[in-house]
Design a protein. Structure first.
Length: 76
């Protein structure tokens, strides 16, 4: 996996919301609201053609969106 294919994660941390790239030790950005963090992470994921994982307040993944170049459309 190259650096450009790493996914973006939005997750809670210390009462705020962070945007972090898979495998990164540090958050790339911190926001007061989840909505702001999702907007930033979505922009990065679209730009890089990667996946976006949105975590809930419990830290578990609650939504996943792919902005990659899928070989065929997903079923459903």
């Amino acid at each position: 996996m190259t650096m450009s294919t790493k996914s973006q994660h939005v997750a809670p941390r210390g009462g705020k919301w962070i945007v972090r790239t898979t495998g990164a030790g540090r958050a790339s950005a911190t926001f007061a609201t989840q909505q702001e963090a999702v907007a930033r992470a979505r922009s990065i994921a679209k730009e890089r053609g990667t996946e976006l994982y949105i975590h809930g307040t419990d830290g578990r993944i609650r939504e996943r969106t792919s902005y990659g170049k899928d070989p065929f459309p997903p079923k459903g």
